[in-house]
Design a protein around this ligand. Structure first.
Ligand code: PEP
Ligand code: MN
Length: 238
């Protein structure tokens, strides 16, 4: 099976919290732990992540639990400092157009998840990936995470599953799906995960917490471990 599952909380407030979540993931055979410490929040008054202190915790977790760390880096300085210490660098939707940041990520040898900007065309997204590739880093995974919902406000974004066959047919990149930020609603995450895997996605990036209501950020879209177990069951049938 070469599809990848990356899971974990949106962000976190303590080492105990990430250790508990990562342990529950390891028990299920999930190798990649996601958690944001440099958060790109729309509202400057909302929690911005534990930042460098959080990164120290993620690196400690990697050592202690032997789990792979996926986290978003938002500046050139962060890429220089942490780019080769983590397992996958995540570039968030807001930074897909930050070409100087993409070039810096391209200078590392670390795999990169490049999220699609919520209003980017496929072509703009693919060109953004080229900025990384041109610097030498060819280990690029594209991630569809929902495009802006211009029709209604019932869901946070709209998951563009058509991106999967488009990327598969027109590029050599791998493509994974983030069903959490797409709808913003936890009850949609299981069905959209199964739909994405069925449509040929190379993997999933999912927000999960042992108690979603306690999640500091994006609690409405965060699933619990019972739901994650159902997704894993389906994933095993692929
Ligand atoms: C995230 O995955 O933590 C995140 C902030 O996603 P996005 O950049 O897609 O909003
Ligand atoms: Mn989130």
């Amino acid at each position: 099976m070469n599809k990848i599952i990356i899971a974990g909380p949106c962000t976190f407030a303590s080492y105990d919290e990430i250790k508990k979540i990562a342990s529950l993931l390891k028990e299920r055979g999930i190798e990649y732990f996601r958690a944001g410490t440099f958060k790109m929040r729309t509202d400057p008054n909302s929690f911005q992540g534990l930042r460098d202190e959080g990164m120290e915790m993620l690196l400690k977790l990697k050592e202690e639990l032997d789990i792979k760390i996926v986290t978003e880096l938002t500046t050139i300085e962060q890429v220089k400092k942490y780019g080769d210490k983590i397992d996958i660098i995540q570039i968030g939707t807001r930074n897909m157009y930050n070409y100087e940041l993409l070039k810096e990520v391209g200078k590392t040898k670390t795999p990169v998840i490049l999220k699609r900007n919520f209003a980017a065309s496929y072509n703009e997204w693919i060109k953004a990936a080229e900025y990384i590739k041109r610097e030498g880093n060819t280990n690029i995974i594209l991630c569809e995470r929902g495009v802006r919902n211009t029709i209604s406000n019932e869901t946070r974004n709209i998951l563009d599953l058509q991106a999967i066959p488009y990327i598969k047919n027109n590029t050599d990149y791998k493509i994974i799906i983030d069903p959490s930020h797409a709808s913003g609603l936890s009850y949609m995450v299981e069905s959209m995960s199964c739909a994405a895997l069925t449509a040929g996605a190379d993997g999933l990036l999912i927000e999960v917490h042992y108690d979603p209501s306690q999640s500091l950020c994006d609690s409405k879209e965060t699933i619990d471990f019972d739901t994650l177990d159902k997704i894993i069951e389906f994933y095993k049938t692929m």
